[in-house]
Write a protein that binds this ligand. Structure first.
Ligand code: BGP
Length: 480
């Protein structure tokens, strides 16, 4: 029986360009969808504006300013003992409108420096090609991913990155949380199907036909990128990325169980069935028919999906929810979508239900279905941290959260799951994707930056920094 994390387990942390980098117009960078998203909160949802509103505050513009702090930040990650650093490349830094023939050299040079800095400390970069940030010019041109033309624009971008960084990057993820496209929130976050829209990100008039068509184009783009990598760069390892929203039936009434199964299928399994198995799953046909969805395909599309299957499966896991077809229950919030309250679980300050054992269950379910290596590339607790007068941040609640999830990952490993690594979210404080807040902090490193844009941007090691350092040094054996 396996008794611990494998040698070479990839311990690290995760970020995304639009929430972390800042420098939104530096070095020739173009405007992306999140650059037009204002700040918000749980009560006041953030808005997207088709043009910059001089009265509004746009948190991505400076974010945590990794753009100007990357050397210091990577040094701190190295001090924690990181083996891997998950980051995304901003498409608009490389192709400002997404449509140029030639890439922007200043953007490419920036990531050269970042990867060189990682390598200096023996940190393996794990690069997300697209993390919630479509070039806004492509929204205007073809309503984001609804336009089939995006596939070729994206491929040119991927090819440019593969050529440039082939000696520096081995692990790639195609689309962050691609299953966001199965939910209305996906319109703004991942699909860019918001041409001309001005309003809150929740208030967007959803059209499932458009969403699933756009998602089909993302599937093809992902498959093409994977196929290209496999053909030309056999040393690359290509992964998908799913926002895993673990769902339980609220009761043992068979109607609740069937509802739960349907939700698990279309929310969690649908996209990875396409990306791992290379074909639309059987249950999608009925869902499409009953929801008036007809996906337009061209000859060769289905073949391409077969030829672009990923090598490993990655997920974000923060919480679980219940569903019921038979009973009313309190509604709780959550990542991309909420659900019903589980009486056995506690929730975070933002209402996300904390469920470490659900992670063990989830990893077993995924591995049982696909039997390819897995990696948890996001997990963590968004919390209100306090910088004390003595300069410390005592985030014991975060340590408790992480410890309990790592313990359950270890149980999953003992169960026989092939787990490659763990990159908790927002290892350095950054902007929240759902609310645009800075106060919703995930990091083990505090960034002196606040919701109104003030702050010195100074970096401070939290208590969790020292704890996680010990965890990594002991390969997950010392969790106290
Ligand atoms: C995931 C996203 C991340 C990240 C995280 C936490 O859905 O991939 O970009 O932000 O959730 O969510 P939030 O920032 O809304 O707390």
């Amino acid at each position: 029986m396996i008794t611990g994390f494998c040698d070479g387990f990839l311990w690290g942390g995760a970020t995304a360009a639009n929430q972390f980098e800042g420098g939104w117009d530096a070095g020739g960078k173009g405007v992306s969808v999140p650059d037009l998203c204002t700040n918000g909160s749980m009560k006041n949802p953030k808005r997207i504006t088709p043009r910059m509103d001089p009265q509004a505050y746009y948190p991505s513009h400076e974010a945590a300013d990794f753009y100007h702090h990357f050397r210091e930040d990577i040094r701190l990650l190295a001090e924690m003992g990181f083996k891997v650093f998950r980051l995304s490349i901003a498409w608009t830094r490389i192709f400002p409108t997404g449509m140029e023939e030639e890439p922007n050299e200043a953007g490419l040079a920036f990531y050269d420096q970042v990867f060189d800095e990682c390598r200096k400390y023996g940190i393996e970069p794990l690069v997300t090609l697209s993390h919630y940030e479509m070039p806004y010019a492509l929204v205007e041109k073809c309503n984001g991913w609804e336009g089939r033309a995006c596939i070729d624009y994206f491929l040119r971008y991927c090819e440019t990155l593969f050529i440039r960084y082939q000696g520096k990057v081995k692990y790639w993820l195609t689309f962050n949380e691609i299953n966001a496209g199965t939910m209305p929130m996906g319109n703004v976050l991942s699909l860019g199907t918001v041409k001309g829209y001005s309003g809150t990100i929740m208030g967007f008039p959803d059209n499932p036909q458009v969403r699933y068509q756009a998602l089909h184009h993302q599937f093809l783009a992902s498959a093409k990128a994977v196929k290209l990598a496999h053909e030309r760069y056999p040393e690359f390892r290509m992964g998908n990325m799913i926002c895993f929203l673990t769902t339980y039936p609220l009761t043992c009434n068979p109607d609740d169980l069937l509802k739960c199964q349907r939700e698990m299928q279309m929310t969690n399994w649908f996209c990875s069935d396409v990306q791992v198995r290379g074909a639309y799953p059987y249950y999608a046909e009925r869902y499409f028919a009953e929801n008036g969805i007809q996906i337009q395909m061209e000859e060769g599309d289905l073949q391409l999906l077969k030829e672009g299957c990923v090598d490993f499966y990655t997920l974000s896991y923060y919480m679980s929810n219940c569903v019921s077809d038979t009973q009313e229950a309190e509604i709780v919030g959550g990542n991309l979508g909420g659900g019903l309250k589980n009486p056995y679980l506690q929730a975070s300050d933002w209402g996300w239900q904390i469920d470490p054992k659900g992670l063990r269950y989830t990893l077993n379910e995924i591995y049982g279905r696909y039997q390819i290596p897995l990696m948890v590339v996001e997990n963590g607790l968004g919390a209100l941290d306090k910088l004390e007068a003595d300069g410390a941040v005592h985030d014991t609640y975060r340590i408790d959260y992480m410890r309990s999830h790592i313990e359950q990952m270890l149980e999953a490993v003992k169960d026989g799951v092939d787990l490659m690594g763990y990159t908790p979210w927002g290892c350095i404080d950054l902007v929240s994707a759902s609310t645009g807040e800075m106060t919703k902090r995930y990091g083990m490193i505090f960034v002196d930056k606040y919701d109104d844009g003030t702050g010195t941007l100074e970096r401070v090691r939290k208590d969790s920094f020292f704890w996680y350092k010990k965890v990594i040094a002991s390969n997950g054996r010392e969790l106290d």
